[in-house]
Each structure stands twice: as C-alpha cells, then as structure tokens.
Write a protein that binds this ligand. Structure first.
Ligand code: URA
Ligand code: CA
Length: 439
C-alpha cells in the first residue's frame, strides 16, 4: 500500500479507532511476507488485545488470513459444503459420528483433517486405528468420493493460512493468545481456507475447555457468528458443556468403538444428544431443511434404519479401511492390560475434572505432547459414571486400557480428579445456547 505506515495503523488501533480493510490487509500481507517485523506486529497485537475489533474488522482480518496462502477449492462438489469445528475438549468423538450421520441425510461432508496435539489424537488418528484406512488420497479422488458417497476425509496438505500460523506463534510469546477477535478470526480463517461454505461451531465451556464460563463462551461464539455474516458464510454456534468428558470413552480406538455404538443408536446419552443438536444445525446450514424438529427427525431416521452406519462402512472401504469393524468392533486395536478403578467411598459423582482426566489418558499414550510423539491407538480410559450418578464403595468408576502393568499413576489421577460427595449433585446442562442469526 503506497504511503501506508505500520506505525500509524498501530496508533489507530491503540486509540480504539476502527481500521479499514486496506489497513488490516496491509498488516497481514506485510507480516506474512516479512516486510513488517515482529516488534511492530507485537505492538499491533497488544493494541488489539486492549482495544478489541469491530465485526467488520474481524471479517477483514479473517479474509486477509485466508488469502495469505492456499485455499481448497470444493466447487466441484455439489451442494452446500458445511464444516463443523469444535473449540476442543476431552473425549470429543462428535466428528466421527456427525460425518456419516449428516452425509447419510444427503449433505456433503468434505473434511480435511490434521493430526494436532492433545489428550487423544485428532479425527485422523482415530480413523487410522481402523486397519488399512488412509487419508492420502488425491484431490480428484476426494471430490469424486464426496459426490458419490457424500463423505470423504483427506489429510492436510498445501500451505493453508500461513499468516495465522505466524501470528499464532507470535501471540504465544506476547501474551495475546486470549483475545476474542484474534481467536475468532484464527478459527474462522482455517475453516474458510479449507473450503467451507457454512460452518457449525461447537463452542465448549467448563473446566476442560478454553472458555471456562458459558458467558465467555458466548462472547467467542457471537464473535465467530458475526465474522460469518461479515464474510458470507452462514455460521451457527452451539455452546456445550465440557465440565466433564463427553461420552464415556477417551482414547482413539475406544472412541471409534463409541462412535459406532452411537451410530447404532446405543451410544452415551450426552454424546448422542450433542450429535443430534450439532447435526440438525449442519442439515439446516446445508440447506436440507429450515426446521430443527424435522432435521432431528431425519437424523434419527438414518440411525434407526442403519443408513448412517452403512455409509460409515462404505466410506471406510473407499479409503482402504476394513468395513467389517462396524459390525465387529473387536477388530480394533486392543490394549493388553485392562484394569478397573474402584471408588473408595459411597456417594454421588460431584465433579469430573475433564482436563486432568484427559492428561491421564495422554500419559497412557493416547495423545501427543509434541508433534514427534507416537500415539498408542489402543490405550485410554472408559468412564463408568457421569456427574450426578450414584456410586457405591468398591464399584468401578472407570476402566483403564493400558500397554503396561504400571497403571498406578493413572489410577491415582483418576481417583483424585473424579470427586465423590455425600450430597446428591445435579447434572450440568449439556447445551447452554444456540446462536443462529438467521432465526
Ligand atoms: N484455536 C485457534 O485455532 N486459534 C486461536 O487463536 C485459539 C484457539
Ligand atoms: Ca468420548
């Protein structure tokens, strides 16, 4: 931009003014190509942290980051491509269930998936616990499979949102990660670069989540829905509970098994309900219907008549996986050591510290702390109780699936972080709010 100076952009943001599209693009392009240095970018991020950004600025920031690198072109796929994003939690198996569920209703699911760090692997790691399954497919195959089956998953490739990568690293060392406009634009840019026409967000709240209270989660959700309307991507946000792990299983193969059970209509109540809520919003965003009740009915139907499970099997087969696992989950990797953790007292489960339970699963080998770590797909934890449940002394509260006899540390972590009280405890709500500006 001729004549534009970064110092002026920083000052304008510092003083709480609204930046123009050109000013935001000047910053993002300049930082990405190296003509703007870390010291000015840091000052800009801190100014944003304190002054915030209007919706239109967040939209401009999002699109400037999208355009900083490659974009996935899904235009050869018929229909509205809806992507789903979760802000992260423990034992979150929803993607594995939602993808075939929504696809079986006719809404195309063209998913790009990476490995990522965390308590368990990403969707990709979980799928790779199925013998033979792979995501190294060509873009042509990806597009053809989505048109034929309505569902395909491809590994992350290309140089997506390099501006976000560089800015995220800088935020990490300048105490500017937890700024709502910066988080919201970072998440939205990645979804849009991956080709999403519409986006359904699962914004988690509670101990195990980034946003600790429903109020904070709502602010983030509103920001992302606002960006969606700025940039012309229908975006719906659901605020859901992460004060305890979702479902019962935490681990890769264990979660695949739980996903299959849920697609068979006999999954955990909370996981099933969240999938119905998110799935119905995906059908609405995908233009299948505009009525939530009807959407739920369609989803129920493909569970009850077996169509969702059948589609999951076909999808696995199309990408080299053994489709038999949907009828016989015993074919999934199994841990050699299985050990029950028993309650030492009688009472009601009052608290399950999701993040700590996630760390316990990671220590067994279910997740990665660094990019180079190997994952053990078989190991993990299966909870036997949820908050509010009654438990007697000596009754199992969880089952550990481990690759060695040495499970003492995991056992003591689970005992410490699953709290039992004498007083009955009410279950936390599963869904706090749905934000959809179109209705
Ligand atoms: N997740 C993201 O992708 N970006 C953020 O800024 C925070 C969480
Ligand atoms: Ca789970």
């Amino acid at each position: 931009m001729i004549g534009m100076r970064m110092v002026d952009v920083i000052q304008k943001k510092r003083d709480g003014e609204t930046l123009t599209d050109e000013e935001i693009r000047f910053f993002v392009d300049g930082y990405t190509d190296g003509s703007i240095q870390d010291y000015q970018a840091s000052a800009f991020l801190m100014a944003t942290y304190f002054s915030g950004m209007e919706s239109e600025e967040q939209g401009a920031l999002t699109m400037a980051m999208v355009e900083s690198g490659d974009r996935i072109d899904l235009s050869a796929i018929e229909g509205i491509k809806v992507d789903k994003h979760s802000t992260g939690g423990v034992g979150d198996t929803t993607t594995l269930i939602l993808a075939p569920l929504v696809a079986a209703c006719g809404v195309p699911v063209a998913k790009m998936s990476g490995r990522g760090l965390g308590h368990t692997g990403g969707t990709l790691d979980k799928l790779e616990s199925i013998e033979g399954f792979h995501v190294e497919i060509t873009e042509e195959q990806f597009v053809r499979q989505v048109n034929d089956l309505k569902l395909a998953v491809i590994g992350q490739s290309g140089n997506l949102t390099p501006a976000d990568k560089k800015l995220y690293a800088l935020r990490d060392v300048t105490a500017t990660v937890d700024s709502i406009p910066l988080i919201a634009s970072s998440i939205m840019s990645k979804k849009i670069a991956a080709g999403a026409d519409a986006i359904v967000l699962d914004v988690k709240t509670g101990d195990g989540a980034f946003m600790k209270t429903p109020e904070e989660a709502e602010v983030l959700a509103e920001a992302m829905v606002g960006i969606g309307s700025e940039v012309g991507r229908h975006t719906i946000a659901v605020i859901s509970d992460m004060s305890q792990p979702l479902g019962f299983a935490i681990g890769n193969a264990l979660e695949v098994k739980e996903a299959i059970e849920t697609l068979q209509g006999r999954g955990p109540e909370d996981l099933t309900e969240l999938c119905l809520v998110l799935g119905s919003k995906m059908l609405i965003a995908g233009g299948k219907t505009d009525d939530t009740k009807e959407a739920r009915h369609l989803l129920r139907e493909v569970i009850d008549n077996g169509a969702a499970l059948e589609l999951f099997a076909k999808f696995l087969e199309a990408q080299g996986g053994n489709p038999e696992i949907v009828r016989n989950p015993e074919l999934l990797p199994k841990a050699p050591v299985i050990r029950e953790v028993k309650s030492t007292t009688t009472g009601y489960v009052s608290k399950m510290e999701a993040d700590e339970i996630g760390v316990a699963a990671m220590l067994l080998g279910a997740g990665r702390a660094t990019k180079e770590d190997d994952i053990d797909l078989a190991v993990g934890i299966v909870l036997k109780k949820k908050i509010g449940d009654y438990v007697e002394a000596g009754e199992p509260i969880a089952v550990i699936h481990a690759n060695s006899e040495d499970t003492q540390k995991t056992e003591s972590m689970l005992c410490k972080h699953i709290h039992i009280s004498r007083q009955p405890k009410k279950r936390p709500p599963l869904i706090y709010k749905v934000i959809d500006r179109t209705n």
